[in-house]
Write a protein that binds this ligand. Structure first.
Ligand SMILES: *Cc1c(COP(=O)(O)O)cnc(C)c1O
Length: 422
């Protein structure tokens, strides 16, 4: 598909943005015909710079939970913006928000606010070390907790000392978790966990109850803190922490992405077991008291408590997953849809260099549906059954197109880049 305006923007960016793009939209990470720039969004849809409109199954990588440009959430944001946003100190809405979160999240006795998920996860690490006066953190290999040096997936410019005092284990593997705790000796500060395995490039996996329970027990036994990283999955699986249904509560939980429906806000929530550590650290930022995103979050939390958005997302997710697997098998493809329906990840069988995935994703895009070839996707409350059915029609045609084609090898540069990131 021709996208002259997007091409022109990319050409300008080449001169003034290193690599033409940074981070998760780096050109090599996505099919070449994917638009890099978007000029407008509403509800479940995005408009690219060439006027194309797509159903967006990425939801801004998570922040879009209730729809782009949601009227009520943005009205709360704008009202607060007019009253005062970035000020010398916070507005009272900060306390309203902390009270709302403490009232909703079972383990939470307090809240601290920041901007990005990485602020919250880094602060969780610091709080855990301050609270326990110990150094070692255990986290799962391949799990994403942000792009700060202690956890960024690419290690250019990162020192070994930035990564010191960390032990990696395998998600859902109790024996590897136990071995990591053993290796930490009497210096274990925290165990980090994702609500489910939502790593890029591999099938997603539900958390095993035994793994979650063992992580809690090991923290209790050693005096370490359990940190649940809800930045991605928060409020898409549960109205509480995602492990509550397993009967496991963390000491610290980190939130971001959907918390203010696209407005810049993240949070670290903690139990009293970590309050002293939270009081001891110094962490802040010029924009961390911003009041308008907090006002937006209050409205988001109200919607979470008072509407059936979660049940809707689950129903839409089931419709998408079952419809896709029917269409894939009718077309003769092994096509794996893993993870919760509202946060699915798609991978083709026998596709080691992702050429089928990239080809199929491009075919979907040409039919007006933006999917991701190796990262989990997100549903939002603005989506309808008709949207899902449109995606299923597009999928049927895209499987047929893939059947006819023999997709070529992925460009060498892209594969090298992917290999580095993996
Ligand atoms: C995105 C993400 C982060 C980092 O959040 P940013 O807002 O990108 O800094 C941390 N943890 C998880 C699980 C994430 O998905």
């Amino acid at each position: 598909m021709e996208r002259p305006n997007d091409r022109a923007l990319r050409a300008r960016a080449e001169a003034v943005i290193p690599g033409g793009m940074f981070g998760h939209q780096s050109t090599a990470l996505l099919p070449d015909d994917y638009p890099q720039y978007f000029v407008k969004a509403k509800g479940a849809h995005l408009w690219d710079a060439d006027g194309g409109r797509v159903l967006d199954l990425m939801c801004a990588y998570g922040p879009n939970l209730f729809g782009y440009g949601d009227e009520a959430i943005d009205a709360a944001f704008i009202d607060q913006l007019r009253q005062g946003d970035t000020l010398t100190g916070p507005a009272p809405v900060m306390i309203d928000l902390a009270e709302a979160l403490v009232g909703m999240i079972g383990h939470a006795d307090w809240a601290l606010f920041c901007k990005n998920g990485g602020d919250a996860t880094t602060m969780a690490l610091t709080v855990a070390r301050a609270q326990t006066r110990r150094k070692v953190v255990i986290r799962a290999r391949g799990a994403y907790h942000g792009s700060t040096p202690w956890c960024t997936p690419r290690t250019a410019g990162v020192l070994e000392s930035d990564r010191a005092h960390q032990i990696l284990c395998d998600y859902n593997d109790v024996a590897s978790l136990e071995a990591a705790v053993e290796a930490a000796g009497d210096d274990l500060a925290a165990i980090f966990a994702a609500p489910f395995r939502h790593d890029a490039f591999i099938d997603q996996a539900e958390p095993e109850a035994a793994y979650a329970a063992r992580a809690r027990e090991l923290c209790d036994r050693t005096g370490a803190l359990l940190v649940l990283d809800e930045v991605r999955a928060g409020f898409r699986l549960s109205r509480d922490c995602s492990w509550s249904h397993l009967g496991v509560e963390p000491d610290l939980s980190t939130w971001g992405k959907g918390l203010a429906n696209g407005h810049a806000l993240s949070a670290l929530l903690g139990s009293d077991s970590a309050r002293k550590g939270a009081e001891a650290i110094y962490a802040t930022g010029s924009f961390w008291y911003q009041a308008a995103p907090m006002a937006a979050a209050i409205e988001v939390l109200r919607r979470i408590r008072e509407t059936d958005y979660l049940e809707r997302l689950e129903t839409l997710g089931e419709r998408l997953a079952s419809g896709l697997s029917e269409r894939a098998s009718a077309a003769g493809f092994g096509f794996r849809i893993t993870g919760p329906g509202q946060m699915p990840l798609f991978l083709f069988d026998e596709d080691p260099d992702l050429r089928k995935g990239f080809f199929w994703s491009s075919a979907m895009l040409a039919r007006g549906v933006y999917v991701h070839p190796w990262h989990n996707m997100f549903l939002c409350d603005a989506m309808t059954e008709e949207d899902i059915d449109q995606a299923l029609d597009a999928a049927e045609e895209s499987f047929a197109e893939l059947r006819k084609a023999a997709p070529g090898l992925s460009p060498v540069a892209r594969m090298a880049f992917l290999a580095q990131t993996r």
